[in-house]
Each structure stands twice: as C-alpha cells, then as structure tokens.
Design a protein around this ligand. Structure first.
Ligand code: GAL
Length: 427
C-alpha cells in the first residue's frame, strides 16, 4: 500500500475538512474548559529511523514541564508512508492529536486551505528571540499560506552518497574523486567485480527512495532549472531531462541488493554498516543510524560525499510540528512547540538525528565532525532545492500521483510509461 492510497479527491477532502473545522468551532467552549494535560504527539521516528533522537527531545521537554504527560504515538514507516494517511483521517474526523511530525511547505497546503491549522505567530514565534534566531528558508516554509502554523525542528540534506570505507577500498575506488553520476556507475561496476558486496543499498518496497534518487539524479544531470520546471508541473518542458534521469536510475538497478523489493530503508542501510553494500543514496538521517552503531565510526568505517554532480547544492528536507485547531491540549501544545523551536530542543535532537538545526544559535560543539561539515556545506551552498519526495516542493495530491508513477517504475522500469504518468501527476 502506498502512503496516500485513498480515493478522496482534493475537493471532497477540502470540503470535508472545512466542515470539520466549522463543527470544531461550535464545540470550542466545551474543549477550552476541559483541556487536557496530556500531549499526544504522532511521528514516524522509530528504531534506526530517529528513535533515539525523538526520545531525547521528549526527555528534555519532560524535564522542563514535569506536569505534562507525553503520549507518544508513533506510526513507523519511512518518509511517513503510513503516518500521513493516519493524520489525514484524524484531521478529517476533527480528532487531531496535539501535534504531529509533518513536512512544512507545500505539504501542508491542504490543511491551510481547509483552515484547520492555528496561527501561532504570537503564541510561539514571537516568544523570546525565536523569529530572529531562525534561518530564512525554514521560516518561510513554516508559513505555507503566509502565516506561521508550524515549527521546524531540523534540516536534513538529501543529496548525499554514503559509503562503507572498507568495501570501496577493497574495490579500488575513491568516492572523493567522483564529480558526475557516471563516476558512481563505474565505481559500482568495480565493487561488484572485485568484492561480494552489492554496489548500491536500496529499497523499492515503498516508492519514496527511488523517487528521491531520481530527483537527485535530475539535479545532478540537469541542474535546478530543470528541477524547478518539474515541481511546477511543466513536466513536458523537461521531457528529455526527466527521461534521462529515469534512465540513469534504471542503470543502477542491476547493482541494487537482491532483496531491495522486500526490505525497508533501515534494513537497506544496515548493509552499509555490515559491509553488504558499498554505497547508499539517502538523506543524512542515514548518518543518525550510523552514529547509534557502536564500533562504526565516521571516516574510519563510513563516509559521505556530496552526491556526484550536485556540488554546491544542499537539497532540503525539513520536519516540523504543526498546531491543529480543535486542539485537545492547547496549553501543552503551545509549550511543546516553543520547546521544538528552542536551542535546548534542537541541541538535543539534531546531533542524534543526523540533521542540522534551523536555528543559527545552537552551539556547534554539540555536533560531531560529520554534521559540522554538513553545516559548512549548508553555509557555502549556492542552492537549496526543496525535496519532492519529502513534501516541501509539491502538495500531497501531486506527491501521491508522483509516487504512483514511481511505483510503476519500481515494478516495470519502463521509462516511457513512467514519464507519461509523471506528466499526468500534475494535471
Ligand atoms: C524523511 C524525514 C526524516 C526521516 C526520513 C526517513 O521524510 O524528514 O526525518 O525520518 O524521512 O523516514
């Protein structure tokens, strides 16, 4: 099942959420009196996918507010493949949790269109120096409809190539010398000729990993202009570029692990840890998983280079926590969102998650050498393209359609068919 496998049309969805919001307003008097001291937070960070990072965030919050009970209600599944559906239903039923993990930007527009998110400029963003401490990009995506409705917690980079140092050495390849995608292809060939490892750890069970690989290939081969045309829905204008990037991904397929169709991304990433594969393209949440692994050290056992061909780019993925109207615990939620936006919250969470903070005043020494080098790359980047697979650049309805096209690709590897479906995704 895909992440957004439901048949609600955008119009029905908006109508229903609008109606739900109106009902919520009617019931307002009751819930204000009876507001709960239990904060229910839904997220998809379990196990190797950020489990430790969200735990230390909650610990810090509970130390500050011992009276608030936290009801953590995770729904596992990379890139929110299962949580998105749960949240959408709960919002439709006018029964949202206190807050939840969600991507800001275009991803939130169905909720802002339906008017179900609260303006938190006064209650959260104007507290202390929060607004001035935030970077511009994350601040902008926190206002998908022009006002503040959510709080970004982290900044992830998508255009990474991670690798197992020992495997690439045995294969006789040097990833620091790569400058274009074909260098990666040649290296994978050598890995498979010279070692028992797979060239590339990957998962095709759920479409998002192939989608993010493809969007990175598009950037690497044809630059941000072509990418922008795509996310703006002008797919026909970049037909040859879109197809070229699909062909490239198709070329990598023979180097995927044999079980790519039946593993999730953390299982695929384990192959980098245990030497079963040489390379993986992933967001730097993959590094959060390495950091939790005893005896698997940065530079000695694993390393990272900017995805070949995307030098100077820092493709963005951001997680945030929105404030829904009809909130079961408005006071506790306000406190939690202020904490998500605080130095302490971001200092605890980001080093373990493998992300960098959206605040500029979080001490650098809380971070290890890998994330410090990501911070430098971010500072020096000339472009920060927002991710498609992770909802920053496209609204959920289009993303569902794009994921549908990539599911077709994962099972047929038919470039023409996938292209036609990608084109229809925006119509
Ligand atoms: C992204 C999310 C990351 C990470 C990843 C894998 O969408 O922003 O925090 O969890 O998915 O699930």
């Amino acid at each position: 099942m895909g992440a957004h496998d439901d048949t609600l049309s955008r119009r029905t969805y908006l109508k229903t959420t609008g109606a739900a919001a109106a009902v919520g307003l009617g019931g307002l008097t009751g819930y204000l009196d009876a507001q709960s001291n239990t904060l229910e937070v839904q997220h998809w960070w379990t196990g190797g996918d950020g489990g430790r990072a969200i735990s230390v965030l909650f610990e810090g919050f509970k130390q500050k507010y011992p009276d608030i009970k936290v009801n953590e209600n995770p729904v596992a599944g990379g890139a929110g493949q299962n949580l998105h559906t749960v949240i959408k239903k709960r919002v439709l039923n006018n029964n949202p949790p206190s807050t939840w993990q969600d991507w800001p930007g275009q991803n939130l527009t169905p909720y802002t269109d339906a008017g179900v998110l609260k303006d938190i400029e006064q209650s959260v963003w104007n507290q202390g120096n929060m607004k001035s401490a935030y970077l511009e990009g994350p601040k902008r995506v926190a206002q998908p409809a022009g006002n503040y409705v959510t709080v970004p917690l982290n900044i992830h980079r998508l255009n990474n190539l991670f690798y197992n140092v020992e495997v690439v050495e045995r294969a006789g390849v040097d990833p620091t010398s790569f400058s274009k995608p074909s260098d990666l292809l040649n290296a994978m060939r050598k890995v498979e000729n010279n070692t028992d490892a797979a060239g590339m750890a990957h998962q095709t069970q759920s479409p998002w990993s192939t989608l993010q690989l493809w969007e990175t290939e598009l950037l690497a081969r044809h630059g941000q202009q072509a990418y922008d045309q795509f996310v703006n829905g002008n797919v026909g204008a970049v037909e040859s570029q879109v197809k070229d990037a699909l062909e490239a991904v198709k070329g990598y397929r023979q180097y995927f692990n044999d079980d790519a169709g039946s593993v999730d991304w953390t299982q695929a990433n384990s192959k980098i840890i245990n030497g079963g594969a040489a390379f993986i393209h992933q967001g730097d949440w993959a590094a959060g998983m390495y950091r939790g692994q005893d005896g698997f050290e940065y530079e000695q056992h694993w390393n990272q280079v900017t995805y070949p061909g995307t030098d100077g780019m820092y493709s963005l993925v951001i997680d945030s926590f929105p404030f829904p109207k009809n909130n079961p615990s408005p006071d506790a939620t306000t406190k939690f969102l202020r904490y998500v936006g605080s130095v302490d919250g971001q200092r605890r969470f980001n080093p373990k998650k493998g992300s960098i903070p959206p605040r500029t005043d979080v001490p650098r020494d809380a971070f290890g050498p890998f994330l410090r080098s990501q911070m430098d790359d971010f500072q020096n980047s000339r472009a920060q393209p927002p991710s498609t697979a992770h909802g920053l650049a496209v609204a959920p309805e289009q993303l569902t359609n794009v994921e549908g096209a990539i599911s077709t690709f994962n099972s047929t590897w038919n470039v023409q068919r996938t292209f036609s479906q990608l084109q229809r995704a925006f119509q």
